[in-house]
Design a protein around this ligand. Structure first.
Ligand code: NDP
Ligand code: 8X3
Length: 253
């Protein structure tokens, strides 16, 4: 019987690349996201080679998440890996100018959504036991502050600490937990963050060599494929051309 991976945010970027990477290895896929036409396209693309179940899902809706998990067909009921990938950043401007709703949307997606899905899928991962994996997609922004990071970075710090705390509770269950924390990666992330500003996205990723969605998909697959006695707690992955900057110092004019 093939292994089963449950992926949130499978309609774009890391999530879609992860679906393709696991399909290439013969895993069955549970693909979720809000944009159903993209889920259907991915099912069309991959469904000939591996079993694919799709579910239109907003991770911030706890009831919908629980329902989607309860409705999984029998062939997808045993889950080997959960990839908590759905997430977003909004409002890259300074905190003092951000609309409160944008902060709430990031919290609802990156924090509430992640715990909703984890809570619903965890019983299935516990049934699988030894070798099961939870991959939570954090970010360098959860560790390293930067201007305009405000709630986004804070939400990813939550992802890191929640992952570590889960490890403590799951130590004897065989279920592994990893926080994968990517640096700059070219996906639709900046388009979403800038409200569809393609020029801003091109400017960010241009003239450098960002990570690709496939780079992160490969790391996710690697972590899930390790022997069951190995747990990577946190994997921070950045492009070679990205490193830290100095402290900012405010000076008198
Ligand atoms: P994309 O914008 O390309 O993909 C984001 C995915 O999240 C989409 O599939 C989207 O699906 C899904 N999503 C957003 N909100 C919801 C929601 N409420 N319910 C369900 N799904 C949702 O960005 P990335 O692939 O780059 O982002 C994936 C993850 O990686 C995010 O958690 C992001 O914070 C993180 N990350 C990204 C980095 C980067 O530089 N790109 C670096 C570090 C971390 P849909 O809209 O169809 O619901
Ligand atoms: C996304 C990467 O550097 O924009 O989490 O925060 S960054």
């Amino acid at each position: 019987m093939s292994k089963v991976v449950f992926i949130t945010g499978a309609t774009s970027g890391f999530g879609r690349a992860t679906a393709r990477r696991f399909a290439a290895a013969g895993w069955s896929l549970i693909l979720t996201g809000r944009r159903v036409e993209r889920l259907l396209a991915l099912q069309d693309e991959l469904g000939a080679s591996v079993p694919v179940h799709i579910a239109q899902l907003d991770v911030s809706d706890a009831e919908a998440v629980a329902h989607a998990v309860a409705q999984l067909p029998p062939a997808f009921a045993r889950i080997d890996a959960l990839v908590n990938n759905a997430g977003l950043a909004l409002a890259p401007q300074p905190a003092q100018t951000v609309a409160l709703q944008d902060w709430h949307t990031m919290i609802d997606t990156n924090i509430t959504g992640l715990v909703n899905v984890t809570h619903a899928v965890l019983p299935k991962l516990l049934e699988t036991g030894q070798g099961a994996s939870i991959i939570n997609i954090g970010s360098v922004a959860g560790e390293w502050p930067y201007p305009g990071g405000h709630v986004y970075g804070a939400s990813k710090a939550f992802v890191k600490q929640f992952s570590y705390n889960l490890r403590c509770d799951l130590i004897a269950t065989g279920v592994r937990v990893t926080d994968i924390a990517p640096g700059i990666a070219e996906t639709e992330f900046t388009l979403v963050r800038t409200n569809g500003n393609q020029a801003a996205s091109d400017a960010l990723y241009g003239s450098t060599t960002p990570l690709t969605a496939e780079d992160i998909a490969e790391q996710i697959f690697y972590v899930c494929s390790l022997p069951s006695h190995i747990n990577i707690n946190r994997l921070e992955v950045v492009p070679t051309r990205q490193a830290w900057a100095a402290y900012a110092i405010d000076r008198d004019n």
